[in-house]
Design a protein around this ligand. Structure first.
Ligand SMILES: Nc1ncnc2c1ncn2[C@@H]1O[C@H](COP(=O)(O)OP(=O)(O)OP(=O)(O)O)[C@@H](O)[C@H]1O
Ligand SMILES: Nc1ncnc2c1ncn2[C@@H]1O[C@H](COP(=O)(O)OP(=O)(O)OP(=O)(O)O)[C@@H](O)[C@H]1O
Ligand SMILES: [Mg+2]
Ligand SMILES: [Mg+2]
Lengths: 253, 253
């Protein structure tokens, strides 16, 4: 049974890229053939795991514009069972083209069609917006996983995101649903974090993962080494919490 | 002498909104007639200071579409010398319209023309992207202030932002320049923070403010009270560092 996830939240800096990389690596550890898709023009998912691959010869931009076939856009990584569809700043121009051409946001869905059967899990890292690229991700998958920083502004953004998911269900992808919310950078010593958790569990009861990711310096150091934290510092609290989160996601599937 | 700033960085969650609110309040404290503009559809600048005003009757969307005159879009706050041009999710649809209509990104510049003389400082909070709204801000001001979280991905995003500023200088606003970089959520105990600071000071020598903003829980609690941290917790490290940053900005002007 294959499952595909969009890791999305328009609020910036909440741990989308960090969660996409480490959940994808977690799935690969569990021997699921996993494709990690970087759909953010910042290219942080791609640069966050540069130690795991050689060259990039194309990627999301070339795939979405039909310039190269999907087999050429995807690269293998040195982590068994993990492949990457990389991205870069040229995706920015695509965002403007899609808005201009009244795209139906199914470019990614069509691009991935031929290779879907080759993967057990597809994980898409989204940019911090609800624009054409995130809508492309929502058309291409059936599950949305929301990393939520336990802070005021992130909590505030949840309702805008949820109503976007509902609009996409009506017009673009009826099977799209909220899979779960993952609390990130969670510091249980602060009242703010506990208050946010309480509030989210009240409104989205049953949809908040029991595992939360603590703030952990090894997590923020890992991109500098080009590796997921579960490879960079396997014994750290950050790494252990992402492995637990992967197990909880697999259990809930 | 009036000065206008865009607080910009496409990397999400680096402290754009927090810096825009607290620098604007700092200028108001120093008796500069200050206009704070929320150009992010998330509306965090607006919700971050809700305790300072009554109701919102329109805002950036109405101004940019010409629906209401600028005097009606701007609201006074209870902080002397601070006014706000609020925003909300409807700005999202404007972003798509601008891309579609090949806008020249001068809607905001034109909208503010009539009232520029009434303000000593205009501060614009930008969304986490380099799209039409941020380009509008770059056309409307002459200075860019970049909040930089001392982390790997934020540092990586600096070169994309800098080349966007250069492109805007060539085609849209020849007077636009990088005013300064402000290090945010700075934890001097970690190697990562010190390494990022060293790197930035090497490439952008003389443009990094001496004042850095420490990570401080009072800063993240302030939006829940609808106030800038310099009003919510005036004796906190977070508040004192933003007042020092405001003084340093005024000194460098
Ligand atoms: N649990 C954590 N502990 C410490 N640092 C973290 C943690 N999770 C993420 N970070 C760091 O915080 C920053 C923001 O995380 P990340 O870039 O993954 O968020 P994002 O939502 O993808 O951001 P954007 O909105 O820009 O795409 C990064 O520098 C990352 O290394
Ligand atoms: N120095 C600080 N110490 C602690 N928390 C902070 C600090 N600066 C900002 N924050 C918190 O970190 C989060 C990110 O900050 P903020 O929302 O200002 O960033 P942003 O760049 O405007 O984000 P976006 O890219 O979504 O617009 C917020 O929840 C804010 O309250
Ligand atoms: Mg990201
Ligand atoms: Mg913001």
């Amino acid at each position: 049974m294959s499952k595909n996830y969009a890791i999305a939240m328009q609020k910036g800096g909440v741990g989308k890229t960090t969660s996409a990389i480490n959940l994808a690596a977690g799935f690969a550890f569990a021997d699921y053939r996993t494709l990690l898709v970087d759909l953010d023009p910042q290219g942080n998912t791609t640069s966050g795991i540069t130690a795991l691959f050689e060259e990039v010869s194309g990627g999301a931009y070339e795939l979405l514009t039909g310039a190269i076939p999907v087999e050429e856009a995807i690269i293998e990584t040195s982590l068994n069972s993990l492949s990457l569809l990389p991205s870069g700043p040229d995706l920015n121009s695509l965002r403007a083209d899609m808005a201009r051409s009244n795209s139906d946001f199914t470019e990614l869905k069509q691009g991935l069609e031929e290779i879907r059967a080759e993967y057990d899990r597809i994980i898409i890292d989204c940019p911090p917006s609800l624009g054409p690229l995130t809508l492309n991700a929502f058309a291409a998958v059936n599950e949305v996983l929301i990393p939520l920083q336990a802070e005021y502004y992130a909590l505030e953004g949840l309702s805008q995101l949820y109503s976007t998911i509902e609009r996409v269900q009506e017009r673009l992808n009826p099977r799209l649903k909220l899979f779960a919310i993952l609390l990130t950078m969670y510091d249980r010593r602060t009242n703010l974090a506990r208050d946010v958790r309480e509030e989210v569990e009240k409104f989205f009861s049953g949809q908040v993962l029991k595992t939360s990711i603590p703030r952990n310096v090894k997590i923020s150091e890992a991109p500098g080494y080009g590796k997921p934290v579960i490879l960079h510092a396997p014994l750290s609290r950050g790494s252990k919490s992402y492995l637990r989160a992967t197990e909880e996601v697999i259990y809930r599937e």
